[in-house]
Design a protein. Structure first.
Length: 190
């Protein structure tokens, strides 16, 4: 990286002699890119063999911390993941509940709870297309309505949901197969 940086610096020096302002701008961009590259190199220092060889004497948790049932303001969509299984398409929505008291109570930096939204789709040429019309995609329509995104005047895509909020989310825990599963079961605009 140093040789390439030296060569680029010489190139910039030549440009600066011709056009001082453009050269300064290019040098500034190169410096920023060099810093970003060095930061990226540091982030990419993951050694899989070392990681795989780590030994620890501790049991792993088999249950997620249970968010108490109730309504929480300040819910924001943190992540969305469409999933398909046997022709059924659903949207997994991860809600970030921004409640400092709850974070303190649960001893967590971040509280996330999932929501499943079933989607009405049709397969066309090997692709799933979301359906529109009466009684279609009601769960998605309710979610969009809570976020103020369901007026139909603009094009909508699922990625528009990311980061949206705040909403009031209702959380409920159900027991299945002897385990607790906590989910968002209802969403309204805050």
């Amino acid at each position: 990286m140093t040789d390439a940086f030296t060569q680029l610096t010489l190139l910039v020096d030549g440009l600066m002699k011709k056009q001082e302002n453009q050269g300064v701008a290019i040098l500034s961009m190169m410096t920023l890119n060099s810093i970003r590259f060095e930061q990226l190199e540091k982030k990419m220092s993951f050694d899989a063999e070392t990681f795989m060889g780590q030994a620890r004497k501790a049991a792993d948790s088999t249950e997620y911390p249970k968010v108490p049932d109730g309504q929480y303001d300040n819910g924001y969509i943190d992540k969305i993941t469409p999933r398909e299984k046997d022709g059924d398409v659903r949207l997994q929505v991860s809600w970030d509940i921004r409640d400092d008291d709850l974070k303190s109570e649960m001893e967590r930096d971040k509280i996330t709870v999932g929501q499943t939204v079933f989607l009405d789709t049709e397969e066309v040429d090997g692709q799933y297309i979301m359906l529109a019309g009466d009684g279609k995609n009601v769960g998605l329509g309710r979610l969009r309505e809570a976020l103020g995104l369901n007026d139909g005047s603009k094009n909508f895509q699922l990625s528009d949901l990311l980061g949206e909020g705040p909403c009031t989310v209702t959380v409920r825990t159900d027991k299945r197969d002897g385990r607790d599963y906590t989910n968002v079961v209802y969403v309204v605009g805050a």
